[in-house]
Write a protein that binds this ligand. Structure first.
Ligand code: ZN
Length: 140
């Protein structure tokens, strides 16, 4: 069973298209968390951002940038959140890489909230933590 975005890309499920080229499709998110909430995805299936090849990732984020610019200029958005979720734990609901472009008009509007609260780091060895991550970063 193909995921819903592959079905949208092949045209068997309708969508409100915002942008399309040979490699990338952007559609309005059905939830419209804020007015203009858009999803940008590669036409080639990959499961998520981390699973995606570099060329495809670059193309998707380039379109996301251009859609964010358009939303600011034509919708009057004051800013945009551009984010991608990797894995169900992070809120990814469709297993096909996609980037959310969420226009922001005013604090607390719509159904979108993003909160990053500081934690007590006194029990963490931050230099060690940084080294652990750094040692595993792949070189391209
Ligand atoms: Zn897919």
């Amino acid at each position: 069973m193909k995921d819903v975005f592959c079905q949208i890309i092949e045209g068997s499920i309708p969508s409100s298209k915002v942008y399309e080229d040979d490699d990338v499709l952007a559609i309005l998110d059905i939830s419209q968390t804020t007015r203009g909430h858009t999803l940008v995805m590669p036409k080639k299936h990959c499961a998520n951002f981390l699973d995606c090849d570099q060329d495809t990732m670059h193309k998707v984020f380039d379109v996301a940038r251009r859609i964010g610019q358009a939303e600011i200029s034509v919708l009057g958005a004051k800013g945009v959140n551009i984010l991608t979720n990797v894995g169900e734990m992070a809120g990814q609901s469709v297993p096909h890489f996609h980037v959310h472009v969420i226009p922001r008009y005013a604090l607390g509007e719509g159904g979108f909230q993003l909160t990053m609260k500081s934690q007590d780091t006194s029990g963490m060895n931050l230099p060690r933590l940084a080294m652990d991550i750094a040692s595993a970063v792949k070189k391209d």
